[in-house]
Design a protein around this ligand. Sequence first.
Ligand SMILES: *Cc1c(COP(=O)(O)O)cnc(C)c1O
Length: 375
Amino acid sequence: MNTQEKTVMAIFEEFPALKKKIPYVSLGEFPTPIKRLDRLGKEIGIGRLYLKHDGVSGPIYGGNKVRKLEFLLGDALHKRAKEVLTFGCAGSNHALATAIYARELGLRCISILLAQPNAQYVRDNLLLSHAYGAEIHHCRNRMAAYVPTFVKLFIRRLSQGKFPYVIPPGGSSPVGVVGYVSAGFELKHQIAEGLMPEPDKIFLPLGTMGTAMGLMLGLRAAGLKSRVVCVRVVDRKLANRGKFIDLFRKTVVFIRSVDPSFPQVEIAEDEIDIRHDFFGGQYARFTEQGMAAVDLVARYEGIRLEGTYTGKAMAALIDQARTDGFRDKVILFWNTYNARDFSSAIKGIDYHQLPHRFHRYFEQELQPLDKRHSK
Ligand SMILES: *Cc1c(COP(=O)(O)O)cnc(C)c1O
């Protein structure tokens, strides 16, 4: 078990009482680097463009789920759970990250996964989840099917004397979100060190909202004024201002219940900046604009984005740079996508080893924009 702490979480530096009281397990490598993207900035007309590289947040698998899992899996261990149960879509980066880091800690991982548009990354993520011993269940129809599948599975585990620790989709509970509150303090420390000026705007994708919401809470608690631009990549039912505020308030209540010296930060509706126009109508359906952004970033900076989340967020950034003019602005793109190459870990795996219901992702065509792209 990885109990040795490599770095002190930024939030613990500021609130030492939290460190003693909040369950936490070190999984990642923090702070994550900040990179200046001069070539891309010049191309799209941004004076000072930076990237916060959460793609390398973990040694095996990076991306935005690592920060959340440090608190969620810490809590699971604290509650003496032997297994965790979580949710996502078939290619879920969250389900994969949970499978990997749960396994590292000796916990069994069970995931309930919903159908989604096909893409190469779905295949890769499923194979790696399998390689890490995750028990994966496919739920064919839409959201409603989650509940009966979950209830059936959960009751079966209980009858076997197991009590799985349940992690919500995307890890976006007040416990998980603390990881991104800490990221707000981490950025403040990096600004103080002179790694970049305080950004005017920070762009990132909006899924289950924990990343954007936690970051915004952390920035406000740290006294930073940067505006967070949340680029919605899921249905409006799942990501909207009402739910954002609700999760924000619950997280403040949770943190203050552990350490009352944490500030009582408030949020106003008009502070929540959600861009709806890059979604493309369906979760994980790649868009022309999103894939053009992926290509541009690869060409100018050699950084790999993808079509479900970060390509759409970058497309919004590029669009706003053109319409609003960011020439005299400091803009930060928060990269939430894994940058670790795991192709060798899945090389020899035959998809027939996966439960039958997942075979379709390997037998059916990729969506056209992915097919063209992965050539
Ligand atoms: C899960 C995920 C997101 C969305 O984060 P939320 O906290 O669910 O809003 C963004 N980018 C990538 C690459 C992800 O895997």
